[in-house]
Design a protein around this ligand. Structure first.
Ligand code: KG4
Ligand code: ZN
Length: 346
């Protein structure tokens, strides 16, 4: 079964064709990230306008890449939320129009649930029950998965998402809107005289909180840069400080994510752990779960750890199609609408 999926919930516009939920036939992602650089964050109107401009060429390219036309597509899938209303509307209205014209079935998709299905690509055999951590720019959620169809929400962030903590820190350290990747690339172990808090790490709950961490970073950054702020950013002391801050922030965030996920896995006797979402692209996080020498693996070798390819962690339409195949239900296109605050608590 071939599904053509469309994703436009944030600043990416993506289309993909996936066969039987596991085989990528084509995948195209356009991003307006660079256009937001001068504003210091995503401007929803700019994102939506850009998506309006590139959604048709993106879909065309996905179809062309696959040497296909609409005839070979069995179903459409579309992200209906959560996300930015203007961005979602572009994808949703385009997909509804396609469903009306082509008379293909259309499957509405929850973007956050869909992230975890990036782990199903290439037919990876996942043993259940599995604990699934979805960690992105807007979400940090833990789910129990007892089959590809059965999901139960276990906990999530009480305030900011982990990705947001990465993004805010990146901006503070002078990396603009490059976000978590910039933190990862610049992190160098240093000898800072403080340790950032690991919020809620040992509270026994499966919830997260990252807003206090953000405040702590800001406080320490101000303290440590007050005497070097006259210096140019190329200054070696300043550079080292940036590297050390990036390192410590990355350690703090990933320590919490690993501890909470392992806690959930033990509690629910999980056989597997699935990571997904943009922050799952983070090498430090991946290593903490995957490296044979890491404490997480040494003490928890009974869990099979699954992590999607880096390109499938950040927003794309491949996992939208995969989710639609494994868990989606077609509905009449008249009944589909964008839901910016679509809940993830099931
Ligand atoms: O899943 P995603 O592409 O979009 C949302 O659904 O939000 O996730 C974007 C988030 C951003 O916060 C970005 O900074 C973060 O994923 N991210 C990373 C890395 N790559 C992307 N965070 C840490 N390390 C990375 N390598
Ligand atoms: Zn996402």
């Amino acid at each position: 079964m071939r599904i053509l999926a469309i994703e436009s919930s944030c600043d990416e516009t993506a289309a993909a064709i996936v066969e039987d939920g596991i085989k990528i036939v084509s995948s195209v992602v356009a991003s307006s990230k660079d256009m937001h650089e001068k504003y210091g964050g995503i401007v929803p109107e700019v994102a939506a306008r850009e998506q309006l401009r590139c959604i048709i060429p993106t879909i065309d390219e996905a179809l062309k890449d696959s040497h296909n036309n609409y005839q070979s597509i069995d179903s459409l899938a579309i992200t209906i939320g959560p996300g930015l209303i203007g961005s979602l509307l572009v994808g949703v209205e385009t997909a509804k129009t396609m469903a009306m014209v082509t008379k293909k079935p259309i499957i509405p998709v929850n973007h956050v649930f869909a992230h975890m299905y990036a782990n199903f690509i290439d037919g990876k055999k996942i043993q259940f029950p599995a604990i699934s951590l979805v960690v992105s720019g807007g979400h940090t959620e833990l789910f129990l998965m007892t089959s590809p169809k059965d999901l139960q929400w276990l906990g999530g962030t009480l305030d900011d998402a982990a990705g947001e903590a990465f993004d805010k820190t990146a901006r503070l350290l002078g990396f603009g809107s490059r976000g978590g990747v910039a933190i990862q690339e610049n992190a160098v172990k240093g000898d800072l005289d403080f340790k950032l808090p690991r919020p809620l790490m040992h509270d026994g709950s499966l919830n997260f909180s990252f807003s206090g961490l953000k405040t702590a970073i800001l406080r320490e950054w101000k303290k440590h840069t007050s005497n070097v702020k006259q210096l140019h950013t190329s200054n070696i002391i300043y550079k080292k400080l940036i590297g050390a801050f990036a390192w410590e922030v990355q350690e703090a965030i990933t320590d919490v994510l690993v501890a909470k996920t392992l806690n959930a896995a033990r509690r629910y006797n999980a056989k597997s752990i699935l990571l997904s979402g943009g922050v799952a692209a983070n090498l430090c996080l991946r290593n903490k779960f995957m490296m044979p020498a890491s404490p997480a693996v040494r003490h928890n070798s009974k869990f099979m750890i699954h992590v999607p390819e880096v390109r499938l962690c950040t927003d794309n339409a491949v996992y939208i199609a995969s989710y639609a195949y494994f868990r989606g239900k077609p509905v009449d296109w008249h009944e589909i609408s964008a839901v910016p605050d679509l809940s993830v608590e099931i």
